[in-house]
Design a protein around this ligand. Structure first.
Ligand SMILES: N[C@@H](CCC(=O)N[C@@H](CS)C(=O)NCC(=O)O)C(=O)O
Length: 201
């Protein structure tokens, strides 16, 4: 299978990390989002939404949306809890990630790190800070109660939230005041097959 992605993107890194943790063989096809490579006719045929990550199976079927891909790759693995309620909780965290975390932390990071904080987006960047801290506060509260977001086991919820949380400082979010998040980051980084965000691209 092929994964189309850009390792600058936490959404794409989630896929690389899932594949590494589960030792899933795949071909990484680099797509440079800064060079508009998601807008080519060829790419839009695979994902009409023009976004990475994108998974292309050997039979040609394509799957977009990072958390859908994470869950597909992790099917039948220990990253997906067997218990129905715990499994729904992993989905709860993944929807939280897309609606209440990524739109603040990932966007602030993109403006600061990849666009170099253009004056035209400075107000928007600043407006992202309270929402990002709210999301981090919710994670911190959970991680004070359990080592992982859903109980005692690493799950897809952790992989999905790890993607942008571990680089939140690049969006101006100082993690110093979130000790439980910091311990959680270290636990994930200690996973045997862990790969860092810069590798694989
Ligand atoms: N909800 C999508 C978001 C995907 C997304 O926003 N991808 C960005 C990179 S992080 C992208 O492809 N941007 C290029 C563009 O929009 O042209 C997911 O989780 O996969």
């Amino acid at each position: 299978m092929k994964v189309y992605g850009d390792m600058k993107s936490g959404n794409c890194y989630k896929i690389a990390l899932t594949a590494a943790l589960l030792d899933i063989e795949h071909e990484w096809v680099s797509v440079d989002i800064m060079n508009n490579e998601t807008t080519t006719t060829e790419f839009l045929q695979k994902n009409p939404n023009g976004k990475v990550p994108l998974l292309e199976l050997d039979d040609g079927r394509c799957l977009s949306e990072s958390n859908a891909i994470v869950n597909y790759l992790a099917r039948d693995s220990a990253l997906i809890p067997e218990d129905a309620f715990a499994r729904a909780k992993t989905l709860e965290w993944q929807f939280f990630e897309q609606y209440s975390h990524e739109p603040y932390i990932a966007v602030a990071r993109f403006i600061a790190k990849y666009q170099g904080m253009p004056q035209a987006r400075k107000t928007e960047y600043e407006a992202k800070q309270p929402g990002g801290h709210k999301a981090l506060g919710i994670m911190e509260a959970q991680l004070k109660q359990s080592p992982y977001l859903v109980g005692d086991q690493l799950s897809v919820a952790d992989v999905s939230l790890y993607g942008y949380t571990h680089v939140a400082d690049e969006g101006g979010f100082d993690l110093a005041t979130y000790p439980a998040i910091q311990s959680w980051l270290s636990r994930i980084q200690a996973e045997p097959n862990y790969i860092a965000m810069t590798s694989g691209d």
